[in-house]
Write a protein that binds this ligand. Structure first.
Ligand SMILES: [Zn+2]
Length: 580
């Protein structure tokens, strides 16, 4: 195989380790050596942003490809080619036409043309949008730096000679609040209780003599305040006069109605949080809000996996249920709803049978225990059991079905439009409605499968991260302390109070990042020893009598796991008994 390499680094990335041209070159040289490929040349674009189509070296490479002096282009990651999906596809297509293969080192699964590339490519595109937004906001902040502030400063800042600066101590507390909420999965109330217990002074404590403890409202105000992202707008919302029911006094309160943009007053602050982390916080707050209020009070010590369980068939978040016999179950709403409801929501009855709540909780907590007590090992085992090719086949299959249904729907619409006979029109319409239902179900399965695939690829990447982290001596020591007695650590986790366990499950799975457990029934594909002799439609038919399968789809993030472990009570951990 005759190979050329392609490296790209953006101006911003040039300073960052691991993406530098030298690292990329070395990767390519090693890969060629490993595979016995002949490396002819490396094309390099330096200081070119990922969404810029104007790239000299890549254009030269595409020109040179026409002379067939090489038959493979090698690069380290998909986003090196481009962060723009359309552009990447064009490059790959032009190479394909010239019978030149692509070889991506870190994500070899994309080397097969087609689907994988779409998924990874769209991820890179999203990342590029985020970078663009960050640099834009940085630039604008420079143009229009304003130092005057209306009202009091957000917690974490101070005013020095009329300018807003970061307050060292309080900004650390802000970071801690974010970490506790986002990584350690504490509730706002828990955070308030912890900070109060530690005697940490309240925001504006000196002029607030009425209260000496943190409240969940204070934490909520801080977490929702977008000033920390660097830019906020004041005078944004219309105020209205309201009357207090208690005191009967009038007061002014902000409504959700936005004023005209010309009236907004822009304020800039030194940045304390990235936009994407801020967005994740808002996502978690909104997920928290959607929770049905006081469903089964008195069951606080049950339903540990409540926020993380979704139906593997229709994608709905599972509900908690207490049966007449007092048994606790998780169920899919669309499996147990009235015909009228199904009709009104244009859905089919879901086939998921309820799962025993304790059983599901135990299985998930066991898996979470495995993950945090030995993440590297878990990731490796997981990798061995997961067949990414199979997953991508599944997505392909669903894509085909989706496409066929889409065409059937279009044909149906045309028939309804063209027919003059009202009876025939009605028949077509009914048929169309059935197809539409089927279509939405296939789309749901497709979404699930795509999700699964995305997280699978992510896990593979994280595994590489683990391995390199473990090679790093400093980190190895740190991890060594955590995992010195794995069995002891496991016992400790099992003995934690229920609410702590629940917090840890949520922290590891991290629903605000899209992580979840999908509940489904096994198919022959899961349980049969010899799957080759079984026809495909039987292979993938669900078998409710065979119990449930729980597929965890989330990324294992080493930093997050370290953060979760650091939220545990060390003294208790160290003094808990070593088993055996
Ligand atoms: Zn369902």
């Amino acid at each position: 195989m005759k190979v050329v390499g392609y490296c790209r680094v953006s101006t911003q990335e040039q300073a960052v380790n691991g993406t530098s041209i030298e690292t990329q070159k070395l990767h390519i040289q090693n890969e060629c050596k490993k595979l016995g490929y002949q490396l002819i040349e490396i094309y390099i674009d330096g200081g070119v942003s990922g969404n810029d189509g104007n790239r000299f070296a890549l254009n030269r490479l595409l020109e040179d490809a026409k002379f067939k002096t090489f038959n493979c282009v090698m690069f380290t990651k998909p986003d090196r080619l481009s962060r723009n999906l359309g552009y990447s596809i064009n490059v790959v297509k032009s190479l394909e036409q010239l019978q030149v293969k692509i070889h991506c080192i870190e994500q070899p699964i994309i080397n097969k043309p087609g689907l994988m590339f779409n998924i990874l490519g769209s991820f890179a595109e999203h990342e590029r949008d985020m970078i663009k937004e960050r640099t834009d906001s940085g630039r604008k902040a420079k143009w229009k730096s304003e130092s005057s502030v209306i009202g009091s400063l957000p917690f974490g800042y101070k005013k020095v000679n009329g300018k807003v600066e970061i307050d060292d101590l309080n900004s650390l507390i802000y970071n801690r609040i974010v970490n506790m909420y986002l990584n350690q999965n504490y509730s706002m109330k828990d955070i308030a209780v912890k900070l109060t217990a530690e005697g940490i002074p309240l925001p504006g404590a000196s002029n607030n003599k009425h209260s000496n403890s943190w409240s969940s409202t204070t934490i909520s105000d801080i977490l929702k305040n977008d000033s920390y992202t660097g830019i906020t707008y004041q005078n944004k919302y219309v105020f209205e006069s309201r009357k207090s029911k208690k005191t009967n006094k009038s007061y002014y309160a902000a409504t959700n109605v936005e004023k005209d943009k010309s009236e907004w007053i822009k304020r800039t602050y030194p940045k304390l949080i990235d936009q994407d982390r801020f967005d994740k916080i808002q996502k978690r707050i909104s997920l928290q809000k959607k929770k049905p209020k006081k469903q089964h009070s008195g069951l606080n010590e049950h339903f540990m996996a409540d926020n993380t369980l979704y139906c593997g068939y229709c994608g709905t978040r599972l509900r908690k249920l207490k049966t007449n016999e007092g048994k606790l179950k998780y169920t899919c709403h669309w499996a147990y709803t009235t015909k009228t409801d199904l009709f009104l929501s244009n859905r089919n009855k879901c086939i998921l049978k309820p799962i025993d709540a304790k059983e599901a909780d135990d299985r998930i907590f066991d898996e979470i225990t495995e993950i945090i007590s030995d993440p590297g090992h878990f990731a490796q085992e997981w990798l061995r059991d997961t067949n990414i090719d199979e997953l991508s086949d599944k997505v392909n299959r669903l894509n085909k079905i989706e496409n066929n249904l889409r065409n059937a729907l279009l044909d149906g619409f045309r028939l309804v439009q063209e027919s003059d006979n009202p009876e025939i029109k009605q028949i077509y319409k009914d048929a169309l409605r059935n197809k539409e239902q089927e279509f939405s179900e296939v789309q749901n399965s497709l979404k699930n499968a795509n999700n699964e695939l995305f997280f699978a690829v992510n896990k593979v990447n994280h595994l590489a991260e683990f391995q390199s982290a473990l090679e790093d001596a400093a980190k190895r020591d740190k991890i060594g302390i955590y995992f010195s007695a794995k069995a002891q650590f496991k016992t400790f986790l099992c003995n934690l109070p229920f609410q702590e366990k629940k917090r840890i499950v949520g922290a590891v799975v991290s629903p605000e990042d899209g992580g979840k457990y999908l509940v489904r029934h096994p198919t022959l594909n899961d349980i049969a020893d010899d799957t080759d002799s079984i026809p495909e439609d039987e292979l993938y038919t669900s078998l409710p009598a065979k119990g449930h399968i729980l597929d965890g789809i989330f990324s294992i993030d080493l930093n997050r796991i370290q953060s979760i472990i650091s939220s545990l009570n060390y003294m208790e951990l160290l003094s808990s008994a070593v088993p055996g």
